[in-house]
Design a protein around this ligand. Sequence first.
Ligand code: 13P
Ligand code: SF4
Length: 311
Amino acid sequence: MDFKKEILRLKKEKNALILAHFYQIPEIQDIADYVGDSLGLAQKASEAKSDMIVFAGVHFMAETAKMLNPDIPVVLPDLNAGCSLADSCPYDDFKKFKEQHPDHLVISYINTTAAIKTLTDVVCTSGNAVQIVESFPKDQKIIFAPDKNLGGYINNITGRNMVLWNGTCQVHDMLKAESLIDLQEKNPDAKIIAHPECSAAILELAAYIGSTTGMIKFTQKDASKKYIVATETGILHQMKKLSPEKEFLIVPSDSTCSCNDCPYMKLNTMEKLYLALKNGEPSITLDAETIELAKKPIVHMLNISKKLGII
Ligand code: 13P
Ligand code: SF4
């Protein structure tokens, strides 16, 4: 079957909006109505007027879309497309942790379940995390969850001392500084750019740190001709498309392989996308109470981001 042709036909017939993250395979990125980072995707989902949203990303992203636009069915091509960061923060454990810090505000990275968002005061993404934290007074006590690498990075550059939940992304945390140094020695003319989910050892070496959108935009406007990219492989598609004259080298997860594909993001395929569009499932379901509670910190984030001109 020509999945591309069928997806385009069904998309029109069903008035569906296809949203895709930068870590999706190139074919999916190319067929999407919008490709973006978590922040851009959340904003697009909140503004959607279509009859269906097909979310080519992972579960927490589709769940966020559902909360922001509960009247539109949101389908995720594979419901097993989870996230190791979201999994690293179970509800009961985090509730206890929060109870141990009663005077703290909770800022959660968007890579969390809806349940964790019900315990959160304000959500952030890698595209606005520093500004969201900085929007609160310097002496505000804060719990930051679940990514200790992103939280540590924010503590570092803001001089804060947020209490960090001990979670990591299995893809970014696996990237090794030694592999990066090795690549840099072989390519002294390349500039290092990294996603803030990487370990502190990687971030220390980076000339630019930012969200997937931030990294792509940086490579478009920066003068360098070569980049060493510390994140998931899917991002290279847009980088090469938008700056075809430049060279991009991905940091391998170890010296023997460059297998830093997110196993969850890569569960989505053109066939599953076609089936999800055709059948209108698997779809995201959330009860009204969870939506009401979990949506508040996301809307709070979008409002702060609008006020600060980030979106
Ligand atoms: P971005 O919001 O930067 O796209 O990151 C999402 C993500 O899951 C990174 O691993
Ligand atoms: Fe989650 Fe990491 Fe995959 Fe992003 S790359 S979706 S943080 S497991």
